[in-house]
Design a binder for this molecule. Structure first.
Ligand SMILES: *Cc1c(COP(=O)(O)O)cnc(C)c1O
Length: 412
């Protein structure tokens, strides 16, 4: 950062403050992670200095020979990681990846079936405030309110009634395994196509820690920056027969020039994800998640669905007489970053909520293991039991800082 410090000390100072925040705190936001130095270098490289509209071998600008090599490597590595026939690495984000698939399968006002945002889905799955809810005729499924898990029989009934063209599965706040095969079977019964949005669990799917939807469903969309641990961005996987359609929807359908520095960084990420250590990492994410969940349950905090199969858990704070907003603020003061989240049968607004989402990808990247989880679980419990006890919260913040500093900010 020596150049930036000389030319723009204001931004350099802000970045340094943020580095210290990341180093001295516990990041438990389930959708976040820390990238390697190699990914950072590719992102910060001169690959950004180029327009490369089009695809390798078919660009609308000259001088793209090295960008072609980078994008081809990214696509090949992603295909070999997931065993997919075709991949598109140009979507700027997970939302863009979903948009391209929707545009490839539907016309405006066509019926779309997806999980509701309030029960674990994503904005881009047809929320009324998102383009997807404005353009398509959306029906939602949720979780069974008793088990707080997906009920595939009920989803099938809803699909029979709403006759969707596209069924979206995948979630942002669902702590249990998703049966992609069941979704594919439901879709076949009603003539729909399936989009599996694995934004959160892509790393788990790539390493076999969670069932992969690739080659089971028609389209898999993902972000590259959550459990996949790469640069901020999106990607789409599909079969050869859909390749041309999908590529056309991304460019020129929805985006202009691809972010070639990010695509280079995606290629680096996909190479890292092929290493055996990446599988160990994803196994450890889930071990940590289960260990943290166990500690919270022992401390009589209710978890939605009673536990977790993946990298995240959802806490129901209603019995503690606490809102998600109050909990997020109190934990933030203790150096523990989480986000408030709606829970099934939510009675409060999305700005307040009765729940908290907690995930382990970032702390696992820093090298924390199962034995560290009870320490974190006790801190969380202590804060949640008395959110107004600033003396106790300050004491915990000191402990959190001392503890966190011992774990590096970059993956090995
Ligand atoms: C994070 C997420 C996305 C996309 O996120 P962007 O912020 O647009 O990159 C899409 N779907 C799900 C399920 C997600 O959790």
């Amino acid at each position: 950062m020596s150049y930036l410090g000389d030319t723009d000390s204001e931004i350099a100072d802000i970045i340094e403050k943020e580095r210290l925040r990341q180093l001295n705190g516990l990041e438990l936001i389930a959708s976040e992670n820390l990238v390697s130095r190699a990914v950072l270098e590719a992102m910060g490289s001169i690959m950004t200095n180029k327009y490369a509209e089009g695809y390798p071998g078919k660009r609308y600008y000259g001088g793209c020979e090295f960008h072609d090599m980078a994008e081809n490597l990214a696509r090949e590595r992603l295909n070999s990681l997931f065993g997919s026939e075709h991949s598109n690495v140009q979507p700027h984000s997970g939302t863009q990846a979903n948009m391209a698939v929707y545009f490839g399968c539907m016309n405006v006002r066509d019926p779309l079936l997806s999980m509701s945002l309030a029960q674990g889905g994503h904005l881009s799955h047809g929320s009324p405030v998102n383009f997807s809810g404005r353009l398509f005729n959306v029906t939602h499924y949720g979780v069974d309110l008793k088990t707080e898990t997906l009920d595939y029989g009920v989803i099938e009934e809803i699909a029979r009634k709403s006759r969707p063209k596209v069924i979206v599965c995948g979630a942002s706040a669902y702590p249990r395994n998703i049966d992609f095969k069941a979704f594919q079977e439901i879709a076949e019964g009603v003539g729909a196509r399936v989009v599996a949005d694995i934004a959160h669990i892509a790393g788990l799917c790539a390493t076999g820690v969670h069932q992969s939807p690739v080659n089971i469903v028609d389209f898999t969309t993902t972000t590259t920056h959550k459990t996949l641990r790469g640069p901020r961005g999106g990607a789409i996987l599909c079969r050869k027969e859909d390749a041309q359609n999908i590529d056309k929807q991304v460019f020129p359908g929805m985006q202009g020039g691809p972010l070639m520095h990010i695509i280079a960084a995606k290629a680096v990420c996909f190479k890292e994800a092929q290493k055996p250590s990446f599988r160990d990492y994803n196994i450890q994410i889930v071990k940590n998640s289960k260990a943290l969940a166990e500690c919270l349950i022992e401390n009589e905090i209710r978890l939605i669905s009673g536990g977790t199969d993946n990298h995240l858990m959802l806490l129901d704070l209603s019995s503690l007489g606490l809102t998600g907003l109050e909990a997020e603020i109190a934990l933030g003061k203790a150096g523990i970053t989480v986000n408030k989240n709606t829970i099934p049968n939510e009675q409060r607004s999305p700005f307040v909520t009765s729940g908290l989402r907690i995930g382990t990808p970032t702390i696992t990247t820093r090298g924390m293991k199962e034995q560290d989880m009870p320490i974190i679980g006790e801190w969380i419990t202590t804060v949640l039991r008395d959110v107004n006890n600033n003396f106790e919260i300050n004491r915990i913040k000191t402990e959190v800082t001392e503890f966190s500093k011992k774990f590096p900010l970059y993956p090995e």
